[in-house]
Design a protein around this ligand. Structure first.
Ligand code: HEM
Length: 754
């Protein structure tokens, strides 16, 4: 097919066909991730509000239907042991399990398992069938329950149906309707490849390269499976796997080395050793693996399967191609005696038997219990039995010394095991949902968990318009440099990431460890601001009538608003109602993942060996849910406000720093300025008068990209034009207000997809 020019989009003479910019300039900066999941790609109307739709759902009826589906075996895809529970747990786990804590991307929050690449990942074989089994229920309840929620709820109901009590469930994940391009899954170009994501753990990576480097340049020799380092932020050991290779690292059946990969990848998903052991042992207490015959029998994945298969991929030529003939992972293991009922069998057998390496019928490495009787029931033939079997990664729970201790403890304390499995499963499914204000439905747990980043509810009346006006005056009367209020408000609000809805100004965690100590927040300047605002707060709270109080979180944002109004002459909106979190409510280790290593808005950070500076700006803008024009106007405005993190003059293209103006754009696009690179790494530039050679400005890559990149330049022109000044101020204020309120799920529901 690839040879036929008609079927090759590069040569297809139709709209969207032909050789594209991405082909010509693979290393060019792309803004595509800032244009995703807009109303144009969403079939639901603009005013569709998923929270209201979900609230009208007959939740009990959906659950009843899901319970019935578990044992309603369909001829076209029969249920193993008469129960779909194992398959559905795996579907939910693979849906949520792509989450990575380092950038908050991945996870089950958008229903992305329906789209490429995830729908076609080698690790997601047969989950196309699981989703198709669910379609009649999705069809029945329509927009009242998203695919994202339904897939995860089905996993929960599967557990219930098999005798395990989950910790709870929250709905509230609106669907997306296109493949998410924003997640870096790795640079490999072959499925199951891992030649880009690992370094050998010893040598440094090559330096001095700009742009996203062609993956071929980065192929690494990483034979040492005991010491290699996994590239950040990836959380899987191979391209196309959720976590690790079940046969062992790179297929080597070594349970101890596999434990190393498990610890790294589950750690990247925010799971500690106790949670990891509980999840694997709990999950593999159910269901079976599928490897009836070699993978040569299996056809193309859903994205590439012929049209008549209607998106059902991996057509299997072996026998009936289903039921006992199913080929999924190529492994053929049944872990427990009751695969459709929760038990302690998994941990019991893990320690009871010695394990012998064998090949599955598909030729994969797996382990069989030595000298055990054959007592495990076959999934389809009641006259057949099997010996207990395990994956290499299962044996890691016994042969890694730390995992072993935990596993034995769970074996001796079944209640502890069940409790940890329930909690870890709940965390797995809800980690990327953000604050409780987004959680919906009748099954929310009452216990508040530390990973929710809890923010206490307001226990006092909130400030009103006249308080706000008075407070602004008080703030400006402190005499502190106004720029410091602007950078602090930005520092506080811009930790937000739309990927997992963490961070933001609410909670005022910028006062707390670890945020208060981050380099980008310029500790001494931050302490001055917090000290000044503390005085304003004390004065107000001790004298306000009717028990009114102002939180530090509100005050930090309000100070930015007051300073911005002064700097712009414009009126800037402010929405009060934030409250302050305590240090005890803040998991320092977990918050450290929000630390900005780059913030182009404050001119902080530069290129690494893999990524050019300006790519980090677009990455951050995506996490802040900004469009390309919003990103542009914010950078230009913040430069004229003199808001660089270290007070440097890079990009401050104005003679009146501290005043909001479109000068950044006017001066950047001034044809009388010539730019030259002034360092060996291509990070720093100088702008000189073309005629006199006199130095006018200094700049970083973050600044100059708005003149060099054609699409960003086109936006910059709009703001630099003679008719652009008014629009600039209006757009800046709107974008600023948006960032300040990104985390206000108590105000807007955050039920727009993306
Ligand atoms: C099945 C690997 C963790 C739940 C499987 C299969 C593999 C596998 C290879 C067989 C797929 C097939 O052939 O049908 C792994 C590895 C893990 C891991 C390498 C991590 C080290 C988990 C976790 C859960 C889970 C954390 C859930 C909490 C399941 C279930 C099945 C399964 C329920 C049975 C599916 C069925 O019955 O169709 N796993 N898994 N696994 N896994 Fe995991």
């Amino acid at each position: 097919m690839g040879e036929c020019p008609v079927h090759n989009t590069r040569t297809a003479p139709i709209g969207g066909g032909g050789t594209k910019n991405r082909d010509w300039w693979p290393e060019g900066l792309r803004l595509n991730i800032l244009r995703q999941h807009t109303p144009i790609s969403n079939p639901l109307s603009k005013d569709f509000d998923y929270a209201s739709a979900f609230k009208s759902l007959d939740y009990d009826a959906v659950k009843k239907d899901l319970h019935a589906l578990m044992t309603d075996s369909q001829e076209w895809w029969p249920a193993d042991h008469g129960h779909y529970g194992g398959l559905f747990i795996r579907m939910a786990w693979h849906s949520a399990g792509t989450y990575r804590v380092e950038d908050g991307r991945g996870g089950g929050g958008q229903g992305q398992q329906r789209f490429a690449p995830l729908n076609s990942w080698p690790d997601n074989v047969s989950l196309d069938k699981a989703r198709r089994l669910l379609w009649p229920i999705k069809q029945k309840y329509g927009n009242k329950i998203s695919w994202a929620d339904l897939m995860l709820l089905t996993g929960n109901v599967a557990l219930e149906s098999m005798g395990f009590k989950p910790f709870g469930f929250a709905g509230g994940r609106p669907d997306t309707y296109e493949a998410d391009e924003a997640v870096y899954w790795g640079g490999e170009t072959t499925w199951l490849g891992n030649d880009v994501r690992y370094s050998d753990g010893k040598s440094g990576a090559p330096e001095g390269s700009h742009g996203v480097v062609d993956s071929d340049e980065h192929k690494r020799d990483h034979k040492d499976i005991h010491s290699r380092d996994l590239e950040s932020p990836i959380a899987s050991a191979h391209m196309g796997l959720i976590y690790v290779n079940p046969e062992g690292p790179d297929g080597v059946p070594d349970p101890v080395a596999a434990a190393r990969d498990i610890r790294t990848t589950f750690g990247r998903m925010a799971m500690n050793d106790e949670e990891t052991v509980a999840l694997i042992a709990g999950g593999h207490s159910f269901g079976k693996t599928h490897g009836a015959a070699p993978s040569e029998n299996v056809g193309k994945e859903p994205e590439a399967t012929p049209m008549e298969n209607q998106g059902l991929g991996w057509q299997n030529k072996h026998g009936s191609g289903k039921g006992p003939d199913t080929i999924t992972s190529g492994l053929e293991v049944i872990w427990t005696k009751t695969p459709n009922k929760f038990s302690m069998n998994y941990l019991e057998y893990l320690f009871k038997y010695d394990w012998e390496l064998e090949k599955s019928p598909a030729g994969a490495n797996q382990w069989v219990a030595k000298n055990a009787d054959s007592f495990i029931p076959d999934a389809y033939d009641s006259s057949k039995t099997h010996k207990p079997r395990m994956l290499t990664t299962d044996l890691s729970l016994r042969f890694d010394p730390t995992y072993e201790k935990i596993s034995r403890d769970y074996l001796e304390h079944p209640d502890k095991f069940a409790d940890m499995f329930a909690r870890a499963w709940f965390k797995l499914l809800h980690r990327d949902m953000g604050p409780r204000a987004r959680w919906l439905g009748p099954e929310l747990p009452s216990e508040v968990l530390i990973w929710e980043d809890p923010i206490p509810p307001a226990d006092h009346p909130v400030i009103d318009e006249s308080d706000i006006a008075d407070l602004k005056k008080e703030i400006l009367a402190t005499g502190l440099d106004n720029t410091k209020y602007i950078t602090t408000a930005w520092a506080s609000a811009s930790t937000f990431r739309g990927s997992d809805k963490r961070g933001g100004a609410n909670g005022a965690r910028i006062r707390l460890a670890p945020q208060k100590d981050w380099e980008v927040n310029d500790k001494s300047s931050l302490q001055q601001v917090l000290g000044a605002l503390d005085n304003v707060q004390q004065k107000f709270n001790s004298s306000a009538r009717g028990g009114k109080k102002v939180s530090m979180a509100d005050l930090i944002v309000l100070a930015g608003v007051a300073a911005l109004e002064k700097a712009s002459g414009a009126s800037v909106p402010f929405t009060p109602g934030r409250t302050d979190a305590t240090q005890e409510e803040t998991d320092e280790h977990s918050f450290e993942h929000l630390k900005p290593h780059h913030d182009g808005f404050r001119n902080y950070g530069k290129s690494t060996h893999r990524v050019n500076t300006e790519f980090f700006l677009v990455d951050k803008a995506h996490l802040l849910e900004l469009s390309a024009p919003e990103m542009t106007v914010l950078v230009g405005g913040l430069r004229t406000l003199n808001a660089n993190w270290d007070g440097s003059k890079h990009g401050v293209f104005t003679k009146r720093p501290g005043q909001l103006s479109n000068d950044f754009f006017v001066n950047l696009l001034d044809v009388n300025t010539a730019w030259k690179s002034v360092d060996s790494t291509g990070e720093m530039f100088e702008g000189v008068d073309r005629k006199t050679g006199e130095k006018k400005w200094s700049a970083t890559r973050y600044d100059l990209v708005f003149g060099s990149h054609a699409e960003l330049r086109a936006i910059a022109e709009v703001y630099a034009q003679n008719d652009g000044a008014e629009k600039f101020t209006k757009d800046f204020v709107a974008a600023w207000d948006k960032v300040m309120n990104l985390d206000r799920f108590d105000v807007h529901k955050g039920m727009q997809p993306g």
